[in-house]
Design a protein around this ligand. Structure first.
Ligand SMILES: *Cc1c(COP(=O)(O)O)cnc(C)c1O
Length: 410
């Protein structure tokens, strides 16, 4: 492994690789660890010439991932999703350029395939046969996919409001599913306890610092794909906070190893109804009272566990946060589909809605170039999608009806 040490995001204490999962001094709630790599060593081998010959998946960055020397990570085909130009979407939002980092077409349909594949690889490295997580949906369905592809048993704790699309994925992948008739937090506690009792590998992102390294590959790829053509902003929606912290860290590390010579501002997007990290950015601490709601289920995290990383990485990038309403997210689902051909789930479209909000607030200027991370596929939540996208033209099997509609330009 190319890891030098881990550090606590709260008190800064340092630990060696394998010594701790959370900082024992600061505890579960505050003592999240950050993983540090041997940057000079990575810089030697992760050169542009070397990268050109590597496979089209996120393991191409293995020097910056928690993988043992010689270990073959699984599943192979994760990451290296396309970066799509979206000129008509840019025109609709009033910015010069938009590129979409399209993780809606990842193996299980979301950005979570990145950390889940790292989780499965860590479990394999630890000699485990079972792995577990608690999730509002995508972490679960992606773990189901990655575990099945790698031959591990997945134990998944979901909350009662998981959309059917995600639930059906899990069951199809053969996971053991516990649908907890309670809050996400209660599902999370049960999962943690079961991992302790049965020795399952715990894939829960926040307390497992290595998993953010999987999310980091989104940022590593954005940096590589935009290497000679940097964006001014990268927009991503924020729930627990690991994804945006990971993306920011990836871009930062690509600069540290000298692959790129630029940085970019991060735009974190939360739903108006559930925006504890936006609050924490102002106050410097997290309000743990929870509450609120949004229909974008993947970012409905009232008590985010990785809030400190999400605040620090965004602030260090020179970026900021915005909030968007559920109606603005619905509008973003429509215009992203219509103007770019990408069908995003609500939490994915929120990144696009955030660009609009930031434009209106004068945070992003009209000549800006923006990358939006499309973190999940619209087919994951059909009820949510249908509430956003409108109705078909219902007609009798009669050509006159077709003419009436086409000629009235509906
Ligand atoms: C998990 C998820 C997010 C947010 O990631 P966090 O790490 O929870 O902040 C955004 N969009 C989708 C589709 C997700 O599944």
């Amino acid at each position: 492994m190319n890891i030098t040490h881990l550090s606590c995001v709260n008190c800064g204490a340092q630990y060696s690789e394998g010594e701790a999962m959370v900082c024992p001094k600061c505890g579960m709630d505050e003592g999240i660890l950050d993983v540090h790599f041997d940057i000079p060593a990575a810089a030697k081998s992760l050169t542009r010439a070397a990268m050109a010959g590597r496979g089209p998946n996120h393991w191409r960055y293995r020097e910056l991932l928690p993988l043992k020397d010689g270990f073959t990570p699984q599943p192979e085909a994760i990451g290296w999703t396309p970066m799509l130009e979206a000129p008509r979407l840019a025109a609709a939002l009033g910015v010069r350029r938009i590129r979409l980092k399209d993780d809606s077409r990842s193996a299980s349909g979301s950005f979570k395939d990145r950390p889940s594949s790292v989780g499965v690889s860590l479990a394999l490295q630890a000699g485990k046969a079972e792995i577990a997580c608690a999730s509002t949906g995508n972490a679960a369905s992606s773990l189901g996919h990655c575990a099945a592809a790698a031959g591990l048993r997945a134990n998944i704790f979901v909350s009662a409001r998981i959309p059917d699309g995600k639930l059906s994925q899990l069951l199809a992948y053969g996971a053991r599913v516990f649908k907890v008739m309670g809050s996400y937090d209660e599902a999370y506690q049960l999962c943690t306890k079961a991992c302790e009792k049965y020795g399952w590998y715990n894939r829960n992102c926040a307390i497992n610092p290595y998993l953010v390294e999987g999310k980091k590959t989104g940022g590593l790829e954005i940096a590589e794909q935009c290497a000679d053509d940097p964006p001014d902003w990268v927009s991503a929606s924020v729930g627990d906070g690991c994804s945006i912290a990971g993306v920011a860290k990836g871009i930062q590390q690509m600069r540290e190893i000298g692959f790129i010579n630029w940085g970019t501002k991060m735009l974190g997007v939360q739903a108006v109804g559930v925006a504890p990290i936006v609050e924490a950015l102002k106050t410097g601490k997290l309000d743990r009272s929870g509450g609120g709601d949004t229909y974008a289920d993947s970012i409905n995290c009232p008590v985010p566990r990785n809030w400190r990383k999400a605040v620090t990485y965004v602030r260090d990038s020179g970026g900021t946060y915005v909030t968007v309403t559920d109606d603005e997210i619905r509008e973003a689902v429509r215009i992203t589909g219509r103007f770019s051909g990408v069908f995003a789930e609500p939490a994915g479209a929120a990144a696009v809605a955030g660009i609009s909000a930031a434009r209106r607030a004068g945070i992003i200027s009209a000549d800006a170039s923006v990358v939006a991370v499309i973190s999940g596929n619209g087919l994951k939540d059909l009820a949510g999608a249908l509430s956003a996208v409108g109705q078909p033209n219902i007609i009798k099997p009669d050509f006159g009806e077709v003419e009436r509609i086409v000629e009235s330009n509906n």
